[in-house]
Design a protein around this ligand. Structure first.
Ligand SMILES: NC(=O)c1ccc[n+]([C@@H]2O[C@H](COP(=O)([O-])OP(=O)(O)OC[C@H]3O[C@@H](n4cnc5c(N)ncnc54)[C@H](O)[C@@H]3O)[C@@H](O)[C@H]2O)c1
Length: 266
């Protein structure tokens, strides 16, 4: 059995993943703003440091799995910088801070970040913000994010997460140290995040339109994403490395059927 840390464990996808893994007999160390073993605000540098310290304390310095679910979507009045800090830096600083503990595992260590299918289905978002996030200067990235409506900051933060995963996964620090790192890109999943969006008239209309792009005709269930994360963490997922796994009821295929896989033009 494994010891796995999950951020955003108090709700939605993180809570469903926690329940699934605990049912399988694993030890889960939850990190969230509330209702978890480690309480920390991952939107701040101090909160991330305290989250890493809290998890290290709880796991005795050895971790077999890590899943970063904590995230926020855009909402009227919510600054774009909050999404930049939480969705991107709240993912990668926890990943980097806990990587040495994963490297100490002798149990097939594996980490999964939550990206989103908004990366490929939300058009024309700011690549300037993606690049600013990947450059790693939080203050500079937040300054860019605050020039953009938080409703359209979400997708660039999630593309930056996916790009960070793909670049890091194949590096000596991750694959080279025997740690598998991947990302999951869910489509619309029925969680409190979507409930929050539906509480705003404008976002509710956007979500209704987005629902029309789901070939299966329904939102996903958090348990369906938890099952995919469970596979990535398990020995059965042992050959996944640097993958971004879309699980979206067909939205990406419906909107972008011919864009991917794409020929490599050399
Ligand atoms: N629901 C969807 O449709 C959907 C689609 C694609 C990707 N995602 C991503 O999946 C992940 C989980 O989302 P969800 O739908 O389960 O949402 P959710 O709102 O149910 O859960 C998010 C969790 O993050 C925590 N959180 C928020 N701010 C935090 C902070 N500052 N510090 C620590 N924790 C904080 C919340 O307390 C909550 O428990 C997010 O990264 C989200 O962007 C969700």
């Amino acid at each position: 059995m494994s010891t796995i840390a999950i951020t955003g464990a108090a709700s939605g996808i993180g809570a469903a993943t926690t329940a699934r893994l605990r049912n399988e007999g694993h030890t889960v160390i939850g990190v969230d703003l509330r209702d978890t073993a480690v309480i920390a605000d991952l939107a701040t540098a101090e909160g991330r440091q305290s989250a890493v310290a809290g998890v290290l304390d709880a796991c005795g310095g050895v971790l077999d799995g890590l899943v970063t679910c904590a995230g926020l979507s855009g909402y009227p009045g919510r600054p774009g910088s909050l999404l930049a800090s939480l969705n991107y830096f709240g993912t990668i600083e926890v990943m980097e801070g806990l990587r040495p503990a994963l490297a100490r595992s002798t149990n097939g260590p594996s980490a999964g970040a939550i990206s989103s299918n908004s990366t490929t289905t939300a058009p024309n978002y700011s690549m300037e913000l993606v690049e600013a996030l990947l450059a790693g200067d939080e203050a500079a990235a937040c300054a860019v994010a605050d020039t953009i409506d938080s409703l359209v900051v979400y997708a660039p933060t999630k593309l930056a997460v996916a790009r960070w995963v793909r670049h890091s996964a194949i590096s000596p620090e991750w694959a080279g140290a025997g740690i598998r790192l991947n990302a999951v890109a869910p489509g619309m999943i029925a969680t409190p995040m979507i409930d929050e969006g539906n509480s705003d008239e404008f976002i509710a209309k956007q979500l209704e339109m987005f629902k029309q792009t789901i070939a299966l005709g329904r939102a996903g269930r958090p348990e369906e994403i938890a099952a995919l994360i469970g596979l990535l963490l398990s020995a059965d997922g042992g050959f996944f490395c640097g993958s971004v796994l879309f699980c979206d009821g067909g939205t990406d295929a419906l909107l972008r059927a011919d864009d991917w896989p794409a020929r490599w033009n050399l």
